[in-house]
Write a protein that binds this ligand. Sequence first.
Ligand code: HEM
Length: 538
Amino acid sequence: TGPDTVSPTGQPTGADQARMAQSGSYLTNAQGTRLYDTDHSLKAGPRGPVLLQDHHLREKVMHFDHERIPERVVHARGAGAHGVFRSYGTAAGVTKAAFLAEDVETPVFVRFSTVLGSRGSSDTVRDTRGFATKFYTSEGVFDLVGNNIPVFFIQDAIKFPDVIHAGKPHPDREIPQAQSAHDTFWDFVTLHTEATHHTLWNMSDRGIPRSYRTMEGFGVHTFRLVDAAGGTTLVKFHWKPKLGVHSLVWEEAQIANGVDPDFHRRDLADAIEAGAHPQWEFGIQTFPDTPDQTFEGIDLLDPTNIVPEELAPVQPIGLLTLDRNPSNYFAETEQVAFHVGHLVPGIDVTDDPLLAGRLFSYLDTQITRLAGPNFGQIPINRPHAPVNDMLRDGFHQSAVHRGVAPYRPNSLDGGCPFTAGADLGAYIETPVRVPEATKVREAPESFGDHFSQPRRFWLSMSPVEREHIIGAYTFELAKCYEVAIRERALRVLANIDPELCAGVAAGLGLPAPEPSEPLADVEPSPALSQVGRTWPTD
Ligand code: HEM
């Protein structure tokens, strides 16, 4: 349904190709009229006043005046790359998704990002990283909008505005621009102890990746896969970098920050240009889709939980290769619009309350960021599958729709019967039974354990990783102006581990408090440590 000047892969063709490549033999205005001069405005004499009738000056400056669009409300700074995903077929038994059948190749676009900094902030800050993948499958677009940390700060999307307000720069001074070292952030994460696990990952080496090429990625939520017979399996998605997982140490990150604030985006672009195409293996942890949606006592709907790989190994299902840099940052990396609701048959959502809010939020924010409801027509966002919708008009409509009856049923535009039923490849929501319930604003009891998973993470760290974590908490908390917040943070750390709490307390020159609840009795998960990891398996 797009304009004829763009090919199905989003590449401009014909006359637009020349215009977009700035390769014509002469310059024109936006209407294609040839110009003879674009360096001088029209004046009454060489030293006289500029004339209002200079329509070329007005068009040129008017367009420039409107070049900026709002940056993303979160994940504003990013770097993208094109690539290909090849499926091994090993997930074909649990999902009917066509792009996960054996040996299917699917074009992808990936955008990596930091979360809190503005579009012009530095790359090597301590922060979570986004890892968002758009699969242009034969059955429509599937977006996996993940992070490099497998858990999230909050369990319910209604708190997302709060956690982001706390994490963004202080409203009065706009300090800090990119990092987590400030009072509002620490105020929030110590008052909302469900944030403890994500915060601990941030304070670990995972908070300062060496390169986008050496980051793991996680879908975070539990998703539901559906097979051809309607059978369902709960899964967590993983990306495992072929280069292994590597981080910067704090001092390296600081130097890189100053010497090259574009350290990560340069590394990605240079590697791809040099032919060192980064690769990730795609994997799933699978869990039976039981009515209670727990696995080994872990609530799968709580996004502050991981399932240790020792309990549910990650099974490889495909390979992602990034092999082409964007040719235009704005057109591709800036205008790409990911959405957790971009799903294909065979992949469904669960009742994770954080995921529910995301299903609303992405489309909503993109209406502002990309100015209207037609951003799906921007070349980078176009599905490679045929589109035959009944959405019409609106700002930035670039399709010239044919037909007279954009509604159905109709008796005027024949053809195109409604497709119904799984056998015709339609997307069908899993008929999950919703138990009879009373409306409440409350969290389930199973969301109440905020310390056992952070404790498992801490116990899984090697000595050098623990040293880095203590150093990170000490540095960050020392930046808090409010002593009460530092003290509250120590009370949270005491519930994770006494060694961690004592180390940070010593660094801050404060007494180490006792835990307020018994320490959880958990086994370490060696797969969580970056030292001695066994992935990649080959
Ligand atoms: C953007 C991941 C939770 C709202 C992003 C991006 C990623 C991401 C990777 C950047 C996408 C890009 O590169 O364009 C996640 C993960 C979450 C999470 C893994 C939790 C598991 C949430 C929640 C909300 C939310 C709970 C809101 C209720 C947004 C918004 C954007 C965004 C508004 C900007 C999108 C745009 O402007 O295109 N998120 N997010 N996120 N996220 Fe999330």
